[in-house]
Design a protein around this ligand. Structure first.
Ligand SMILES: Cc1cc2nc3c(=O)[nH]c(=O)nc-3n(C[C@H](O)[C@H](O)[C@H](O)COP(=O)(O)O)c2cc1C
Length: 374
């Protein structure tokens, strides 16, 4: 049998194994949606941590591989921040088929977040609204959890850092997180875009962002050993063109290694159907897809394609994923789609994306990044 034949047989066997797993996953996902949202989230994290969710098997299609910074991703689909806030199960997440996991947002000091209810399912819209407000067990527990990672684990882990609610020293909070956590990070993301932490989004403004990034880079250079992890900034979808241009300018001139676009939105499209649509908080899922794609596309133009972008916001199908890559994303992240579709979605999106790339004549993902701009 040729090597291609062997790999096709291996692939079929893996598909068969994961098809069985998918049945369990489908039922598990439906069950979780019957639980109150916060409890369902906690249960999902625990189930993954305990290995109760079937792993995917088989190597990723080679067309999906991409090198960003100094890192080789076997596929571009990442779990976005907010699911594993305390880095309890990063390897379990990667076992679901993700190319990488972003843990956090972690704050320096433990904090409870906002009072419940603070998470709403907008089922008719396949969306969520959350105003969790960074519940976090703090940097120390986060570091302990990462130290406990499976021996020899090589999965790519981004660490998303933030500030404590009501802090008097935002830059100091960021410094604390970097000092404690940089050693564990494949990359670091500063989250300046959560709409639920008062004053946080003001750090997206050009001069403030430049100050924060400059300080963070100095700290990272001081605390990093042989390798300084790339520094990313996560922005929101509600910035206007001037706001975006300011972010792009800081990225290019001060030197941000990557931008994640986008976080959740404070805006409410008029066509939301669920009764909770006007709850305060950040909206995620398909209703923010177009806006998030536009922001990403604008950032690609404004940075001249020089700054790697992670596309996030409303990605729930292979078409969405491909559209975001063509708009300029080198990597992708999702969260809300997983709540409605379950982890089998990761495999579906990966195989659909690989098929679309090949159908358009691309032999590797990087060739399609930003294709809409050429
Ligand atoms: C319940 C929930 C909690 C979240 N918590 C965080 C967080 O702590 N830090 C962060 O950067 N983004 C957080 N996000 C935003 C997601 O990472 C993502 O940027 C956003 O939901 C858009 O992607 P999606 O439409 O695929 O969900 C959270 C989202 C949800 C739904």
């Amino acid at each position: 049998m040729s090597s291609a034949g062997i790999s096709a047989a291996t692939h079929r066997a893996a598909q068969k194994r994961s098809a069985t797993g998918f049945g369990i996953l489908k039922r598990g996902t439906a069950l979780l949606r019957l639980l109150p949202p916060n409890f369902a989230h906690k249960s999902a994290v625990t189930a993954i941590k305990l290995g109760l969710v079937p792993k995917t098997s088989g190597a990723d299609d080679s067309v999906l591989a991409i090198k960003v910074w100094d890192t080789e991703f076997s596929n571009p689909i990442g779990m976005s921040a907010g699911f594993d806030k305390n880095a309890e199960t990063v390897d379990g997440i990667i076992d679901l088929g993700f190319g990488f996991a972003e843990a956090g947002t972690v704050t320096p000091v433990p904090q409870a977040g906002n009072p419940k209810p603070n998470l709403f399912r907008l089922t008719e819209d396949q969306a969520l609204i959350n105003r969790l407000g960074f519940p976090s067990e703090g940097v120390e527990v986060f570091a302990i959890n990462l130290k406990k990672r499976r021996h020899g684990a090589t999965g790519i882990v981004g660490i998303n850092i933030g500030i404590n609610t009501g802090t008097a020293d935002a830059a100091g909070d960021i410094e604390t997180c970097l000092v404690q956590l940089a050693q564990f990070a494949s990359y670091i993301t500063i989250n300046v875009s959560c709409p639920n932490t008062p004053g946080l989004c003001a750090w997206q403004a050009g001069d403030k962002l430049a100050e924060m990034v400059d300080g963070a880079k100095t700290t990272l250079a001081r605390v990093s050993g042989e390798r300084t992890p790339p520094l990313l900034v996560k922005i929101g979808p509600d910035l206007d063109e001037d706001g975006l241009a300011a972010v792009a300018d800081v990225a290019v001139t001060v030197g941000i290694d990557g931008l994640i676009a986008c976080n959740t939105s404070s805006e409410r499209p008029a066509n939301l159907r669920n009764a909770s649509a006007q709850e305060t908080g950040g909206l995620s899922g398909p209703p923010i897809r177009q806006q998030a794609t536009k922001v990403l596309s604008n950032l690609f133009e404004m940075t001249g394609g020089k700054v790697p972008l992670i596309g996030c916001g409303g990605i729930s199908t292979a078409d969405d994923a491909y559209e975001r890559i063509r708009a300029g994303a080198s990597l992708l992240q999702l969260y809300t789609a997983l709540i409605y579709g379950g982890p089998r979605l990761v495999t579906e999106i990966k195989s659909g994306l690989a098929a679309r790339l090949r159908a358009d004549g691309y032999s590797k993902l990087s060739e399609a990044v930003g294709a809409n701009h050429r």
